[in-house]
Design a binder for this molecule. Structure first.
Ligand code: PMP
Length: 438
């Protein structure tokens, strides 16, 4: 801060030296400015994770609005409980039952999106320096939360069947040997963001066993499980372990993110603390949104609507995989059976973040792989999302991406013929994602 007589702070931010240490991870990402350009209509954005809410008939929501306001208007406009409205919590049990979960309505805590549940759990468990284990790669904005509580994020490798149990075992042993405290494993077992990969049932059981044996809580984040394309994913990890798992769900992908309603299902003691933390943060989650969703669930064919979303996203996934095979056959990528994302691997020597300006110039945007690691890995990866653009735009987007990638490869091969490429230093830590990153 620039007080008279002191010279601290900067011209850009006079409060620079006054922020809490925990804000160190909240630096704006260098790709943020590019994403502003990428949101122009002529750019095909394969970067964000925005659900295709246009597939939701507006009259369903308008009808729910009219009925809520006519019959429960004063409740909808009032504060409610910090745990969430009981009728909605009952309905959330029905949603979770689709993934094999049996639970008590008392153990559900409604939150402001599952993002806020992530924040509450982290706030309850993490002291500076505590370890959070996370798949590598993992969801960028979860890592922003972990970082903001000064967690030490340690990645555990995954393959096409999800997180690798043997790698989890050895990572835990290594961390314990140097005296680290591991608080929880954060995992997105079904159609992960960003890898689009699903953890097998056998591995789910094995991972639960490893965590139980090591007193490590499992934070199971499952926004995409109901959005499968071919066959349903294995049942939720919470379906077989009610004491060691905090399960997170959301209406953002199966209905609409604008309501900002998600939930946590937690063992009793944790649930009590979550309610108190929720009240401290927001008093109560939005009564209006909760009653709207409750009305929608009791009057609309919500399972049919989820099937509609699944059909739309399946078609878009197919369009993306076909376009990748046609335009970029030299690359490799994951084949998601649900969710929003494909994870692409470029040749080893490529740097996807350095390539992003070239892609945006070609009018296509993606998210560089480094956003999804806390340790600078992912340099030759990109995350492509197929949830929002139409199949035609996806195809055109991949065509443009191939122009950018091939142009970059030409450039790299030209330079490598004259002199070796200088190593590009990796930036450590993760930056705040662009707002539409999803
Ligand atoms: N977890 C994951 C893995 C996600 O992809 C997202 C949204 N992109 C969220 C949590 C947060 O979703 P919301 O807060 O809208 O429920």
């Amino acid at each position: 801060m620039t007080h008279e007589g002191t010279n601290e702070g900067t011209n850009f931010d006079p409060w620079y030296d006054r922020y809490a240490d925990r804000t160190a991870g909240l630096s704006a990402s260098e790709v943020r400015a590019l994403f502003a350009v990428a949101s122009r209509p002529e750019v095909v954005s394969l970067a964000g994770g925005m659900p295709f809410v246009a597939a939701l008939p507006p009259e369903l929501i308008a009808g729910a609005f009219e009925r809520v306001m006519a019959t429960q208007g004063s409740l909808a406009l009032q504060y409610s409980s910090g745990q969430g409205i009981p009728a909605l919590r009952e309905q959330i049990l029905e949603v979770m039952a689709l993934e094999g979960i049996r639970a008590s309505v008392d153990d559900v805590v409604v939150t402001t999106g599952s993002q806020h549940a992530l924040e509450l759990v982290t706030k309850l468990f993490i002291n500076p320096g505590d370890v959070v284990l996370a798949e590598g790669p993992s969801y960028v904005t979860a890592m922003v939360v972990f970082n903001s509580f000064q967690a030490d994020i340690t990645h555990v490798p995954m393959d096409e069947h999800g997180l690798i149990p043997e790698a989890l075992r050895s990572t835990i042993a290594r961390l314990k040997a140097v005296g680290k405290t591991i608080k929880f494993l954060y995992t997105i077992p079904s159609f992960s963001n960003p890898a689009g990969v699903t953890l097998t049932w056998q591995r789910r059981l094995e991972i639960l066993e490893i965590c139980r044996a090591n007193d490590i809580l499992v934070l199971e984040d499952n926004p995409y499980g109901l959005l499968y394309f071919d066959s349903p994913p294995p049942q939720a990890m919470r379906s077989v372990d009610e004491d060691g798992v905090v399960y997170l769900g959301t209406f953002s992908k199966t209905l609409a993110p604008g309501f900002r309603v998600g939930w946590a299902l937690a063992p009793h003691a944790i649930r009590e603390k979550m309610i108190l933390a929720n009240e401290a943060a927001v008093l109560s989650p939005s009564s209006f949104s909760q009653l709207m969703i409750s009305e929608y669930l009791s009057t609309a064919d919500w399972k049919g609507q989820i099937n509609t979303f699944r059909d739309i996203y399946r078609e878009r996934r197919d369009a993306m995989l076909a376009a990748l095979a046609e335009y970029l056959p030299q690359l490799s990528w994951t084949v998601p059976n649900g969710g929003f994302y494909v994870w692409v691997t470029l040749p080893d020597h490529m740097d996807s973040k350095a390539m992003l300006p070239r892609a945006v110039k070609e009018l296509v945007a993606f998210t560089p792989g480094t956003a999804f690691y806390a340790d600078g890995s992912g340099r030759n990866n990109i995350r492509l999302s197929f949830c929002y653009p139409t199949p035609e735009f996806i195809r055109e987007g991949i065509r443009r991406l191939s122009v950018a990638i091939n142009g970059e490869l030409d450039l790299l091969s030209t330079f490598s013929q004259t002199s070796p490429l200088a190593a590009i230093p990796l930036k450590q830590g993760i930056a705040t994602p662009p707002s539409n990153i999803g």
